[in-house]
Design a protein around this ligand. Structure first.
Ligand code: NAD
Ligand code: UDP
Length: 328
């Protein structure tokens, strides 16, 4: 049986990947230090004999016994609120963490895939964003801790590929949503749905004219699996090109949840990208991949998950605000 190490396995995407690889007959080692993840996300397969959980900070040296065929590096705070709260850990997991994963993959002869991000394009001047665009990133702004860590991670991964001949893959993930997101991670979808469920007004940052393009998690996982098994070591965008403004998105959440709350406006966070849409030509051509689940269906499934949470869980998820974390 093939053995795969997934870092960040107790997080949103890591837990969906673990589930998929177990379903496909792999032995999965999930590694996480639970800094933004939760054991609840891996509860569904904790009893599976092919799954092992290791509580470990991947920014520290990693030891794994036995053979390893694949390493998927997904550990990293991922929401703007999270990486504003823990900026140094974010930089470390994208630099020291990837170095440890690359060393491990090299020692085991494993193929490594990293979770990169549309944030490597920063606040983009090219729209939609193809992989050939080098981006517009402010290294010293609040988002720099995440964006630059991810850019370093790509450079380090490419160096191991070029100089050590390591088999590597780089996926640039665009805003992805679905069950198991943390209700108070500050990202827009859990923020709006959490507010609707708690009977609070929905907070739009800025005037709501900024755009995002939301991909349902099952589509993303399929794209990642195809990329892993392809022979392409250059970065590949995976995301859903269906772009909307945040104001329209708030209206969709209001219609979905039936809340009678209104929207209220707050300051736009510093360096918040004005527009974002993946150019997925490469994924279509190289992987024969494109998203299949539209926003109406994806939101329905995600809302069903959030509705199933207990009142206790809902109460503990007061929406975090950006201005608490930005040092003026
Ligand atoms: P998440 O916060 O739910 O998951 C990240 C997981 O990594 C958490 O379980 C956390 O505890 C773990 N982690 C963080 N630092 C660690 C460390 N030093 N050692 C061990 N574990 C650590 O976020 P997510 O949305 O699932 O994101 C997963 C990955 O995908 C991240 O690398 C993120 O940058 C990338 N990504 C996600 C999106 C998205 O839209 N969800 C978009 C672009 C990129
Ligand atoms: N956003 C918002 N209200 C919220 C949370 C986020 O208007 O309560 C906006 C945010 O400013 C950004 C967009 O929604 O323009 C997407 O934010 P998210 O944190 O989900 O992801 P990212 O900015 O990393 O794409």
């Amino acid at each position: 049986m093939k053995r795969v190490l997934i870092t960040g396995a107790a997080g949103f995407l890591g837990s969906h990947l673990a589930e998929r690889f177990l379903k496909d007959g792999y032995v999965v080692i999930g590694m996480d230090n639970l800094i933004t993840g939760s054991l609840k996300n891996i509860e569904p397969f904790q009893e599976n004999p092919n799954f092992t959980f290791v509580n470990h900070d991947v920014s520290k040296h990693i030891e794994i016994d036995g053979q390893l065929d694949y390493v998927l590096h997904f550990a990293s705070p991922a929401s703007p609120i999270d990486y504003l709260k823990i900026p140094i850990q974010t930089l470390k997991v994208g630099s020291l963490g990837i170095h440890n994963c690359l060393g491990l993959a090299k020692a085991k002869g494993a193929r490594l895939l990293i979770a990169s991000t549309s944030e490597v394009y920063g606040d983009p001047h090219v729209h939609p964003q193809p992989e050939s665009y080098w981006g517009n990133v402010n290294p010293v702004g609040p988002r720099g801790v995440y964006d630059e860590a991810k850019r370093f991670q790509e450079a380090m991964t490419m160096a191991y590929h070029t100089y050590h001949g390591l088999e590597t893959r780089i996926v640039r993930i665009f805003n992805t949503y679905g069950p198991r997101m943390r209700l108070n991670d500050g990202r827009v979808l859990p923020a709006f749905i959490g507010q609707a469920l708690r009977g609070e007004d929905l907070t739009i940052f800025g005037d709501g004219s900024q755009t995002r393009s939301f991909c349902y998690v099952d589509d993303l996982v399929e794209g990642i699996v195809r990329l892993l098994h392809s022979d392409h070591s250059e970065p590949v965008n995976i995301g859903n090109p269906d772009e909307i403004t945040i104001a329209q998105f708030a209206e969709e959440i209001i219609a979905l949840t039936g809340t009678d709350q209104k929207v209220i406006y707050k300051d736009l966070p510093v360096d918040d990208p004005k527009q974002r849409q993946p150019d997925i030509t490469k994924a279509r051509q190289l992987l024969g991949w494109e998203p299949k689940i539209d926003r109406a269906e994806g939101l329905k499934r995600t809302y069903a998950y959030f509705k199933s949470l207990s009142q206790e869980e809902l109460r503990q998820t007061e929406h975090a605000q950006f201005d608490q974390y930005i040092k003026k």
